[in-house]
Design a protein around this ligand. Structure first.
Ligand SMILES: [Zn+2]
Length: 217
């Protein structure tokens, strides 16, 4: 059975975990270094005021075990390029929903590294908008679209720019559904495209594989 890693247990990770569990997944590894704060509650709907100061991953793990009898590992760490291979060892698929652009590239690079038999969905949300990209063994990848992470000073984060609670709920759910499709018989249909959610609805843009990208070399 597939062990799915969730990188980020916040606004995207919580609804993604719930959706993956509803989709039948029962083995998880949660990777998150944050604790629950009052400012999280409007979008991270499984946490309560009783959880303030407690690790998000520990609380989400307890909920998944209690509600779904899931096998859940919690790793209280912040994933980066240097530790990604170690933190994700033994996982077959990853849903990246953290607030960290570098983690998104690290998960992408883990997914496309040889031998390439891994699946990842990389998701983000800010303000009224969100997006996700599914990488499968035969698809283009996140670097075919974005060659490198943007400089840190250009990044708006949810902590600075804010995000609407319903947007994270929807994007987390969609991203998890994309991962379920990518792991099932709809892999080619679900992957290799950037899907955006905005007030105008959903927009899907196919991403061609870049000839010089590391997903091909
Ligand atoms: Zn690529």
């Amino acid at each position: 059975m597939t062990r799915v890693a969730l990188v980020g247990c916040g606004g995207l990770g919580v609804p993604a975990a719930w959706t993956l569990a509803l989709g039948g997944k029962r083995q998880f590894r949660l990777v998150d270094a944050d604790v629950v704060e009052e400012s999280n509650l409007h979008r991270q709907v499984l946490y309560t005021t009783a959880d303030f100061g407690l690790p998000k991953g520990a609380q989400l793990a307890a909920l998944l075990r209690e509600r779904f009898a899931a096998d859940v590992e919690f790793v209280p760490a912040r994933l980066d390029a240097a530790n990604a291979a170690t933190l994700l060892e033994g996982c077959d698929a990853v849903l990246e929903g953290s607030d960290d652009a570098l983690a998104k590239f690290a998960v992408n690079d883990w997914a496309v590294a040889r031998p390439r038999q891994r699946t990842a969905v990389i998701a983000a949300a800010i303000g009224r908008r969100g997006q996700w990209f599914a990488v499968t063994p035969r698809s283009s990848c996140y670097r075919c679209l974005f060659e490198a992470p943007p400089p840190p000073e250009s990044l708006a984060t949810c902590a600075i720019a804010g995000v609407l609670g319903p947007v994270t709920g929807q994007v987390g759910g969609y991203a998890a559904q994309a991962l379920l499709h990518a792991l099932a018989d709809q892999a080619d249909a679900a992957a290799g495209a950037l899907v955006r959610l905005s007030p105008r609805g959903l927009q899907r843009t196919a991403v061609a594989a870049a000839a010089d990208c590391r997903c091909h070399t």
